[in-house]
Design a protein around this ligand. Structure first.
Ligand SMILES: Cc1cc2nc3c(=O)[nH]c(=O)nc-3n(C[C@H](O)[C@H](O)[C@H](O)COP(=O)(O)OP(=O)(O)OC[C@H]3O[C@@H](n4cnc5c(N)ncnc54)[C@H](O)[C@@H]3O)c2cc1C
Length: 492
């Protein structure tokens, strides 16, 4: 980047508000996905006005800008594939105002999810989506990906809590969209348009979230099964009852073995399990729901049913479930857990069919696939364990992924329930949303006419996904995987 532009940026954010150090540039080229690319500068604004000034410079010069939260995204959304500016929001993390009487909180985009909830809980409220990355991910990143998690089945995803937000357009214009009212019918819902936009339409700087009262009582139940299909059937039966749990997590035998091996056996040695949480305003309601859960699980053939009110025991189960991703990489020496097909959504009644198909696909392509997830809302994670230095592993993995995505689309589902599209799911997203792509292109053009905001992602992605890999090129693997040369560009 030219020195005169760096000087201009320094005038906006000060000496400490940016970095061009090699180590920083390298670090901010990652998120938690399999991808990496180095930006030219990392800029850390402290206010909406500073974001606006930086965008004006980028717009004038035609420099790509990738807004970045905590970089916990799993599909490459925050990886700056065209270099340019990474705009990190960590300097904008204030909780500005809470109005419990009006049920809203105003918060800056860089606030960490758990920090917001720690503050809200002092008032008896919470922001429910509960992503597994809550200790680190920022609320701006959550809005930009419509993140959710364990509690989405009962409480909804991030989009369901966005009343309004402030964002900066690509040319630097500051837009305040939405309201602080619970209801709002005033025309186009621009705040909602920003939900799931993955940094391609504007930089979100402040958000007004709706508050939700914290439930007073809760309990959990761990049910073990002989087969994954039975666990899937059990979840569909809860919902059909109807019994809407606060959360309901599914784990298959690969996930259970990985966690038990890595974390000293916190889970029973069963083929598959679900951890169901119920909550409510009274102890009676919670006990009644637990009983219904036990009856349904036993009726479906559960081999163990363990209800619990013990906070320490429940925390152990939750922690075990949250550790699947990291535990998997410890399962086989030399193998890594990679996020390829990692968070599909299917209608809940199709969960048994989907998980069966995933197992068949894994066997067909001889890859280790762990299936787990927030299955009561139909959101299934499949992490793949591969040797990232082995071309053949990648090749079989990619084929398996494509089939897994096709199954989900055919079942009326989506290739991404909560993590977003980024790079990893761009080709399948384009397939799934073929009928809306031209509208998406038109919206992007209207909001970002110079195409500087996170360019090259979502509808703009072209070619195979095995590009910009964070791993050393697997020999000539990438080159051989596709006919048109090695897309990662690092094989030589
Ligand atoms: C261990 C682990 C568990 C996870 N569990 C879950 C889960 O349960 N549920 C879930 O939904 N996700 C989960 N994720 C994925 C990830 O945490 C979420 O997608 C999260 O919302 C990303 O937030 P972030 O702040 O890290 O955003 P980043 O990864 O930094 O960015 C994600 C996208 O948002 C854009 N963006 C970020 N901030 C802004 C902004 N202020 N304005 C405009 N665009 C912006 C970026 O450009 C990028 O496109 C998990 C990740 C990990 C590593």
């Amino acid at each position: 980047m030219e020195q005169r532009i760096i000087d201009e940026i320094e005038n906006v954010v000060g000496k400490d508000g940016y970095s061009t150090r090699t180590a920083d540039l390298y670090t901010y080229g990652f998120d938690a996905s399999i991808f990496h690319n180095t930006p030219e500068i990392v800029v850390k604004p402290k206010s909406t006005e500073e974001v606006s000034e930086i965008m004006k410079i980028a717009y004038r010069e035609g420099i790509p800008v990738v807004p970045r939260g905590a970089g916990t995204g799993l599909c490459g959304s925050a990886v700056p594939i065209r270099g340019g500016i990474v705009l990190t929001m960590q300097g904008m993390n204030r909780i500005k105002e809470i109005s419990v009487a009006d049920l809203w909180v105003d918060v800056e985009a860089g606030c960490v999810y758990n920090d917001l909830n720690a503050e809200l809980s002092k008032h008896g409220f919470f922001f429910p989506p509960s992503p597994g990355s809550g200790e680190a991910c920022q609320v701006g990143g959550m809005v930009a990906t419509n993140a959710s998690g364990m509690r989405a089945v009962k409480y909804g995803a991030t989009r369901d809590f966005v009343l309004g937000l402030t964002f900066v357009k690509s040319d630097g214009e500051i837009v305040r969209s939405g309201t602080r009212t619970i209801k709002d019918s005033s025309g186009y819902q621009l705040a909602r348009l920003m939900v799931g936009s993955e940094g391609t339409l504007g930089v979100i700087t402040e958000i007004t979230f709706k508050l939700t009262a914290k439930p007073k009582f809760s309990a959990s139940c761990l049910c073990g099964f002989d087969s994954l299909a039975e666990a899937g059937e059990c979840i569909a039966a809860f919902i059909a009852k109807p019994l809407i749990p606060a959360s309901c997590e599914l784990m298959d035998n690969v996930s259970i073995s990985a966690v038990n091996r890595a974390r000293g056996n916190p889970l029973p040695d069963v083929n598959s399990l679900i951890i169901v949480e119920v909550d409510g305003e009274s102890d009676e309601i919670v006990r009644r729901d637990l009983k219904i859960i036990e009856e349904i699980a036993m009726g479906i053939g559960a081999i163990s049913v363990t209800p619990s009110f013990d906070a320490a025991e429940i925390a152990r189960w939750t922690d075990a479930r949250k550790s699947v991703m990291t535990s998997l990489s410890a399962l086989k020496p030399g193998f890594s857990s990679v996020s390829l097909a990692d968070d599909m959504g299917v209608p809940v009644s199709k969960v048994p069919q989907a998980v069966k198909a995933f197992q068949e696909i894994a066997e067909k392509y001889r890859v280790t696939v762990a299936t787990y997830g927030h299955a009561a809302d139909g959101n299934l994670h499949t992490k793949m364990l591969i040797d990232p230095t082995d071309k053949d592993e990648w090749e079989r993995g990619i084929r398996a992924v494509e089939e897994i995505f096709d199954v989900c689309i055919a079942l009326g589902g989506t290739v991404t329930g909560e993590h977003g599209v980024g790079i990893a799911k761009a080709p399948s997203f384009q397939k799934e949303r073929a009928s809306v792509l031209s509208s998406i292109v038109a919206i992007k053009k209207a909001m970002d006419p110079k195409n500087i905001l996170n360019p090259g992602k979502l509808e703009q992605w072209e070619g195979p996904i095995l590009t910009h890999l964070r791993y050393p090129c697997p020999g000539v693997g990438c080159r051989d995987l596709r006919e048109n040369g090695c897309p990662c560009g690092q094989s030589d």
